[in-house]
Design a protein around this ligand. Structure first.
Ligand code: ADP
Length: 215
């Protein structure tokens, strides 16, 4: 099975739900750049103070900052055990930097999953989305509810809604995603690593297609 993978897709495309199952069933570490950055904002670290406004406004954190931040993660990551990157890389220059880091460690990306989703569906999904602030697990009031309302099944911590999950900010995040997704997808397509999955499929179908692409 391919174990070094990237999950791409707009907010609300179901990346997080697929990632949770890949972690549970195949032990793939889930690295969400957005979750890691939000945690820095919450604890008020130096980097958190620098990125807070970008996150709140739904704008991309500048490449230089993200590259430094993710580079730190990469230094201590056990790359050969496999990992799923979610939310990183987001731009072509981030993708190129990532490829360089991984080439040095002899652990290249093996597959890229793109969950294609239109704005109408994104808006529908995001309004029902709840997150665990501790582990980052994503729930949805209709399609993926927690066993006990309002509580993460893994932690258990009270679920919260992200401050950037309002309609106006989601519209903006979607637009920014669209601008960067095409060059990024083309880059991985040229490497023969890209698989596109229709995000409108059910969570089970999305998961099955992902597993099939990784095998
Ligand atoms: P989404 O659900 O919109 O895909 P994420 O949790 O991946 O959201 O990211 C939330 C926010 O964190 C983004 O709007 C952006 O401000 C910041 N962020 C996360 N990853 C990156 C990245 N690779 N490059 C720049 N900014 C990022």
């Amino acid at each position: 099975m391919k174990r070094r993978i990237i999950l791409m897709g707009p907010p609300g495309s179901g990346k997080g739900t697929v990632a949770t199952r890949l972690r549970q069933e195949f032990g793939l570490d889930h690295i969400s750049s957005g979750h890691l950055l939000r945690r820095e904002v919450e604890i008020g670290s130096a980097i958190g103070q620098r990125v807070g406004l970008f996150l709140e406004n739904g704008e991309l954190v500048p490449d230089r900052t993200v590259l430094w931040f993710m580079g730190e993660w990469m230094k201590s990551a056990p790359l050969n055990d496999g990992f799923q990157l979610d939310g990183f890389p987001r731009t072509l220059s981030q993708a190129k930097a990532l490829d360089e880091w991984l080439a040095k460690r002899n652990a290249p990306i093996e597959a890229v999953m793109l969950f294609a989703c239109n704005l109408t569906l994104v808006l529908e999904r995001i309004t029902g989305r709840w997150n665990c602030p501790k582990c980052g697990r994503v729930y949805h009031i209709y399609s993926a509810p927690p066993k006990v309302a309002g509580l993460c099944e893994d932690c258990p911590t009270s679920l919260t809604q992200r401050t950037d999950d309002t309609e106006a900010v989601v519209r903006k995040r979607f637009g920014i995603y669209k601008r960067h997704a095409k060059p990024l997808a083309d880059y991985y397509e040229q490497q023969g690593k890209l698989t596109v999955v229709d995000a409108a499929l059910s969570p089970d179908e999305r998961f099955a297609k992902t597993v099939a692409a990784l095998n």
